[in-house]
Design a protein around this ligand. Structure first.
Ligand SMILES: *Cc1c(COP(=O)(O)O)cnc(C)c1O
Length: 404
């Protein structure tokens, strides 16, 4: 009989959102008249920009005519999109066309990139963390065993109010560091000066950084939109980007990964190996590119109208975030994030546990958040609220919490 991948057995169940759904359902059944407001939504809600839809329609019609039909596209993405990415996202940062890989989204990229690392590579993640970095390495056997909310081969970098959500450098040698800024779940950012030590650490220790910039379009504070704004990052960092949050592509699917030629690991003969070349090899064997209409749609995000329309949606979410932040502060809560991200990370009052506070918000105010403990041990004592609901519902939720 087939022996299955033994590492899957070690994975804890995806408890967080299932447990939230269970509690919300149970409450709804007991209180059928309660008007619940969901501030736990982790998905965009605004429709695609008209300029994006127009480009998608036009490309779809091209596919229906013999003269303009296209079959397989390039494995790494069409030149028109890669050029738009270079011109808009990496102007002046010295990234080359063959360092950009168009994909069907950042989740797949951040999950798949670990295939390039040896089985015994040591991985560091922040705590709390976007679970994909952890799970993808656990499935490959790189995380060790799971007990008491932790994997014993992962190096956790705690991020709390006490350190201002600035992760400490790893306290033991690691090969890979996953960073995500603006951060999901905390909504916080790092400045260039705060990122620099990670680049320096990676250089000094032969490590690489996987930088998830899925929320870069939300940055308003002047924090870097790309890790390549940090000097030296092109030698040590891979960057993952997505149109999901930038342009509402969660159901449309398009993103890209940047792997500069300077990012290298060590091969079996002790020779340096470019991760760029390895990823090209992987994409050639395992990927056939993103569909033409979707790449045209992504290109349209950068058009004058497309960009203005996408930014209007981002401003809408950021306004919601501001409503949440200011309302909760007025009510005496301690809150973080929400300035450069659609997430607000609130401290539970009086050291209350994440799940107890989740229940309190649900029972007393009929507001649904996400318990911070679900994102890692250091998330205990926090709750994540998101800015993806409507302005009206967001305002009402905050009113309820402020005025009871
Ligand atoms: C939403 C999100 C992504 C984007 O994933 P896609 O697959 O591009 O939709 C990536 N990273 C984080 C941390 C996210 O929250």
């Amino acid at each position: 009989m087939l022996k299955v991948n033994p590492h899957y057995e070690k994975l804890p169940g995806s408890y967080l959102f299932a447990e939230i759904a269970r509690r919300v359902k149970e409450y709804g059944q007991e209180h059928p008249d309660a008007q619940l407001i969901r501030l736990g939504i982790g998905d965009v809600t605004r429709p695609l920009a008209p300029a994006v839809v127009e480009a998608m329609e036009k490309a779809a019609r091209e596919m229906g005519r013999a003269e303009t039909f296209r079959g397989y596209g390039p494995d790494y993405g069409y030149d028109f999109l890669i050029q738009a990415i270079l011109d808009n996202d990496y102007q002046g940062l010295g990234i080359q066309a063959d360092e950009v890989f168009v994909s069907d989204g950042a989740k797949c990229d951040v999950a798949n990139v670990q295939e390039l690392f040896s089985d015994d590579a040591v991985v560091a993640v922040t705590d709390p963390v976007y679970p994909v970095y952890v799970d993808s390495n656990a499935m490959a056997g790189r995380a060790g065993s799971y007990a008491q909310d932790r994997w014993d081969r992962l190096c956790y970098l705690p991020c709390t109010a006490e350190n201002g959500f600035v992760p400490p450098l790893p306290d033991r040698p690691v090969d890979v560091i996953y960073l995500c800024y603006p951060n999901n779940p905390t909504g916080t950012v790092l400045t260039k000066e705060q990122l620099k030590p990670f680049v320096d650490y990676a250089k000094a220790n032969g490590a690489i950084i996987v930088y998830d910039a899925a929320y870069k379009a939300f940055i308003t504070s002047g924090a870097p939109r790309s890790i390549y704004e940090v000097e030296g990052a092109k030698d040590v960092a891979i960057e993952c980007c997505s149109y999901s949050k930038t342009a509402g592509f969660t159901g449309t699917r398009c993103g890209f990964m940047v792997i500069p030629h300077g990012v290298k690991g060590i091969g079996g003969q002790g020779q340096p190996v470019e991760l760029n070349a390895m990823w090209k090899r992987r994409m050639g064997s395992k990927f056939n590119g993103v569909s033409y209409p979707i790449q045209r749609a992504a290109e349209a995000v950068y058009s004058k109208d497309g960009w203005a329309q996408c930014m209007e949606n981002i401003r809408y979410y950021l306004r919601n975030a501001q409503v949440i932040r200011e309302g909760l502060e007025k009510a005496g809560y301690t809150v973080f994030g929400g300035v450069d991200a659609p997430y607000i990370w609130m401290k539970t009052p009086e050291g209350m546990g994440s799940w107890d506070f989740f229940d309190l918000l649900l029972n007393r105010y009929h507001v649904v958040g996400t318990p911070g403990a679900g994102f890692g041990p250091c998330g205990e004592g926090y709750l994540r609220l998101t800015a993806f609901n409507t302005l009206e519902k967001t305002q009402e939720a905050v009113e309820r919490i402020v005025h009871g």
